[in-house]
Design a protein around this ligand. Structure first.
Ligand SMILES: NC(=O)N[C@@H](CC(=O)O)C(=O)O
Ligand SMILES: [Zn+2]
Ligand SMILES: [Zn+2]
Length: 425
């Protein structure tokens, strides 16, 4: 059976909106053009809707195995599909950690049995992400590792990181880093600035992140590795990455919607739905992140979808776990707050959520063209709706954006030619 999406809007390479038809056969895009023949086709009426490549999120936590009370591969991928995503990269801070062939194969099997969209699993840099003993990167690559990271914690020892980078470079794989120096955290729960003092909460200084990035950039240069920085949050980090790029070092970086939208001053009080790592920083930091994205210092947008239960989040800001959910709010929030007011073009936003992450990691997705896998999302750019966490498909309801009015919502997600999510169903 073939599928024909008719009269749909697409953003051209030049950033113009064009109205076209897109034909899908056997999971691939086979024709793009106006008034394509409808014979033998199931029709999807696209009039008034935008067709984008399926969104790509290179930083997500699906929690399974080991944290199924927070999220499972089934619920996480359903939530991602609802958010318009067709490819997501799952972080290895699960139990067990994908740190051996046996453990990554366990995850591969769970993905095969439960995922509704494409899940590319990271493997860890160190055994159990404990920072003491390195994993066998070549072996893990052979068994499907997407890239290597100890996300959730920083790799504390420079020598450990350097050796991992040398191994990764030898097999042409990226090292992806959660940058956090444990000796500079000081038991902090939110950004070390003004607001944490008002709230009487311990602060995490910006240097906890930026110092690790500076160290790693020099290590990556020496090792000749591709080094990708997770959830960049400070102005010093942006400056350091910008300088490294100028020096020709292969460094890339991602930024999350919450760090682009919120600052420490938005934290209303003792409410752990505002607690994430890295924390919401200052107004100046947020401005630097926005600038960094616009000038290409930061390459793409990743949600760092990090579900936790309401119970876990209810123990007070100081004690609750770090992390907020992201799949079901990312596109509407960014479209409403950056594209609608004219700060970004629609093409910029879509690129940062599709082709840019694909390019950073050399993935063959993120583009609508003949021959490409039919990973697509239909978006209603006029649809107005409040974010309502009670409607989340994710098990995690931990978001600071509950109740926000947004315009521009995904209405149908197609993965490999099949509809995996449809509004109202
Ligand atoms: N971002 C977070 O606040 N939390 C993440 C870990 C991480 O991304 O570092 C988690 O696993 O909950
Ligand atoms: Zn992290
Ligand atoms: Zn993370």
């Amino acid at each position: 059976m073939n599928t024909l999406i008719q009269n749909v809007q697409m953003v051209s390479e030049e950033g113009q909106i064009v109205v076209t038809d897109v034909k899908i056969s056997e999971g691939k895009i086979t024709e793009i053009g106006s008034q394509l023949p409808t014979a033998d086709c199931e029709i999807i009426e696209g009039q008034g809707l935008l067709l984008s490549p399926g969104l790509i999120d290179v930083h997500v936590h699906l929690r399974e195995p080991g944290g199924e009370h927070k999220e499972t591969i089934a619920t996480g991928t359903a939530a991602a599909a609802k958010g318009g995503y067709t490819t997501i990269c799952s972080m290895p801070n699960t139990r067990p950690v994908p740190d051996t062939i046996e453990n990554i194969e366990k995850i591969n099997k769970l993905i095969e049995d439960n995922a509704k969209i494409r899940v590319l699993p990271y493997a860890s840099i160190t055994i159990r992400e404990a920072g003491k003993e390195r994993t066998n990167l070549a072996e893990l690559k052979e068994h499907g590792a997407f890239a290597f990271t100890d996300d959730g914690v920083g790799v504390q020892e420079a020598g450990m990181m350097y050796e991992a980078m040398q191994d990764a470079a030898a097999i042409n794989m990226p090292i992806v880093a959660h940058c956090e120096d444990n000796t500079l955290i000081y038991g902090g729960a939110m950004h070390e600035g003004m607001r944490n003092k008002e709230l009487g909460l311990p602060g995490i200084p910006s240097i906890a992140e930026s110092v690790h990035i500076a160290r790693d950039i020099l290590l990556a240069e020496a090792a000749g590795a591709h080094y990708h920085v997770c959830h960049v949050s400070t102005k010093e980090s942006v400056r350091t990455i910008r300088d490294a790029k100028k020096a020709g070092i292969h460094v890339t970086g991602e930024v999350s919607p919450h760090h682009l939208l919120l600052t420490e001053n938005d934290v209303p009080g003792d409410d752990a739905d505002w607690k994430m790592n890295p924390p919401l920083r200052s107004e100046e930091d947020r401005e630097a992140l926005r600038q960094g994205l616009l000038d290409g210092t930061l390459d793409c947008i990743a949600t760092d979808h990090a579900p936790h239960t309401a119970e876990e989040k209810s123990v007070g800001f100081a004690k609750a776990p770090f992390g907020i959910t992201g799949f079901e709010t990312a596109f509407p929030l960014l479209y409403t707050h950056f594209v609608k007011p004219g700060h970004w073009t629609l093409k910029q936003l879509l690129d940062w959520m599709t082709i840019k992450p694909a390019e950073v990691f050399g993935l063959p997705y993120g583009k609508i063209e003949v021959g490409a896998t039919a990973d697509l999302v239909l978006i209603d750019l006029e649809k107005e709706q409040k974010i309502d966490r009670t409607t989340f498909v994710s098990k995690g309801k931990n978001t600071p954006f509950d109740g926000w009015d947004c315009t521009g919502w995904p209405v149908m997600t197609i993965f490999g030619g099949n509809i995996v999510w449809k509004d109202g169903q």
